[in-house]
Ligand binder design. Structure first.
Ligand code: ZN
Length: 129
């Protein structure tokens, strides 16, 4: 097993490719059904390596909110101030993403997408209803 940085970006490729298609993908364990975000070699619950990528519905609950007023890189400076959230997808995994200003912990949100600096990024907005 390699721990090289290139390996982790290859692991994340289905997630990044999903974003390009405006889809939110996550890993689901074929053995125990545990769902997890992004790229892991094995199921965090049972250790199985039989992980399959699935597409999330995009609905989630806000778990934490941060307003970033000083962007960490030039790429994000044009967006500042912006809101980041940690959400729990309805399928179970957690995900860090952008959000519309004003979302609060416990809010129901749904995923939208925007292109910035050559990447497609996720931005959650209050879920209708
Ligand atoms: Zn498992």
């Amino acid at each position: 097993m390699s721990s090289a940085p290139a390996a982790s970006s290859a692991l994340a490729a289905p997630f990044v490719e999903g974003l390009a298609d405006r889809e939110l993908r996550f890993q689901s364990c074929s053995d125990c059904g545990h769902a997890q975000t992004l790229a892991h070699y094995a199921c965090a619950h049972c250790g199985s390596t039989r992980l399959a990528w699935q597409t999330a519905r995009g609905t989630a609950t806000v778990h934490a909110v941060t307003v970033v007023s000083r962007a960490p890189s030039d790429e994000f400076r044009a967006l500042a101030p912006y809101t980041l959230v940690l959400v729990t997808l309805d399928e179970g995994p957690r995900l860090m993403a952008h959000a519309e200003p004003g979302v609060r912990i416990g809010d129901r949100v749904s995923a939208g997408y925007f292109a910035h600096a050559g990447h497609v990024l996720v931005r959650f907005a209050p879920a209708p209803g």
